[in-house]
Design a protein around this ligand. Structure first.
Ligand code: ADP
Length: 379
């Protein structure tokens, strides 16, 4: 059985085709710059890469093109699209409503659109991608896998902000958390690596990619996480500030005579590793430049690690101890410096060696597994 996954961004669609029986990822790729004159597709089959420059005016044409590649004699993996049994979609926001992955029907689709009010940049592309996929794959079951779902078990004391309670009731303002699929995937992978049941473990999972978040995972459930109402809160990230004093927003608006949108743009796109270093949001660049003595590249890296450590400290208290800390995603998987620094500094604090695992995250795979589980339960 073949399961296709889609991850629709504001101008891109990532896709991957899995063979369930073997767990093999048959082909994968990304359609980029959808809706511009420079759109193209990067496709990959068994390590071999193929780029296709092609007009992709919208999600429908992008998915149509993806289907063409999936069924291509040279680059594809299936003869025709009827060999695709189910489709899983990454959806960022499921509000308080979706605590697990669900089969998409007209109602679910409408709710995904509804939660665009909480994720205006993320849910609309998922909604459009699902609509296009439903048109192109009539009758094929499609499943929504939500980034927020894993964190829905957080206790009230962790997810509420110290704001008037009415704001929660009126506007659903609370901590939702994101990257849930990744945190869940690596938590399960950690249990396998430790050869212990997940329900017996206390884990701190650190997803350090372009976006960064950290979760306290107790017995397989997220009990706290660093991203909040939006993915801006928490750790310092590539271009996002993470935690700041909210009062600085109005201060900056006044001092710099900027609109609230402009200040938010600074916090979202001009801050973090990029803003502090003044050179790059990419950890690879910063490591290379710091090596050569670039002071602010070094400072940005130090601040990044300091924040991670500070949150780990907080979650050690939340969990009352930890069996392992997990590092994952682009930065987490590829920066030995972070692991060695955390290893040393946390061991100093705790007076014993903390187990730190570096594990590869694979959100697409979990989306495919969830998709299968949902359609199997339906049968
Ligand atoms: P996303 O969150 O968008 O999925 P990734 O998990 O791919 O992103 O992480 C991307 C980031 O990972 C890059 O911006 C870069 O900073 C970092 N990265 C990737 N490879 C390396 C590497 N070899 N060494 C250090 N950092 C890396």
């Amino acid at each position: 059985m073949n399961i296709l996954t889609f991850n629709c961004g504001s101008s891109s669609i990532k896709y991957q085709l899995f063979r369930r029986e073997t767990g093999e990822a048959l082909v994968k790729g990304i359609a980029e710059k959808i809706g511009t004159s420079e759109s193209y597709l990067n496709h990959e089959k068994q390590g071999k890469k193929h780029r296709q420059d092609v007009a992709l005016p919208d999600y429908y044409s992008a998915i149509e093109m993806i289907v063409r590649l999936l069924t291509d004699p040279q680059w594809g993996a299936v003869r025709d699209k009827t060999e695709i049994a189910a489709i899983g979609h990454r959806v960022v926001h499921g509000g308080e409503e979706f605590t697990v992955s669900v089969l998409i029907d007209a109602h679910v689709l409408q709710r995904i659109q509804y939660y665009a009010k909480l994720a205006p940049l993320h849910n609309p592309p998922a909604y459009n991608g699902i609509k296009a996929a439903r048109k192109l794959f009539p009758g094929v079951p499609q499943v929504a896998v939500f980034d927020t779902a894993f964190h829905q078990g957080m206790p009230e004391e962790a997810f509420l902000y110290g704001l008037p309670y009415d704001l929660y009731r009126k506007y659903c303002i609370r901590r939702y958390g994101f990257h849930g699929t990744s945190h869940r995937y690596v938590a399960e992978a950690a249990a396998k690596a430790l050869k212990k049941p997940l329900r017996s473990l206390k884990l701190i999972t650190c997803h350090l990619g372009n976006g960064c978040s950290i979760s306290a995972v107790k017995h397989g459930r997220s009990v706290d996480t660093s991203m909040g109402f939006t993915p801006l809160e928490g750790l310092m990230m590539g271009t996002r500030s993470g935690d700041v004093d909210p009062a600085l927003i109005s201060y900056l608006m006044e001092r710099e005579k900027r609109s609230v949108q402009e200040v938010m743009e600074v916090l979202n796109r001009k801050s973090g590793l990029f803003g502090v270093s003044g050179i790059s949001n990419d950890m690879r660049d910063l490591l290379a430049r710091a090596e050569k003595g670039h002071k602010r590249a070094r400072l940005a890296i130090d601040m990044f690690i300091y924040r991670v450590k500070k949150y780990i400290g907080a979650y050690l208290a939340v969990l009352n101890g930890v069996d392992a800390v997990v590092l994952t995603a682009g930065i987490g998987e590829n920066t030995p410096l972070i692991k060695s620094r955390l290893q040393q500094e946390l061991s100093n604090v705790l007076g014993k060696r903390v187990k730190i695992l570096t594990l590869h995250t694979d959100e697409e795979r979990l989306i495919a597994e969830d998709t299968y589980a949902v359609i199997k339960a339906r049968r």
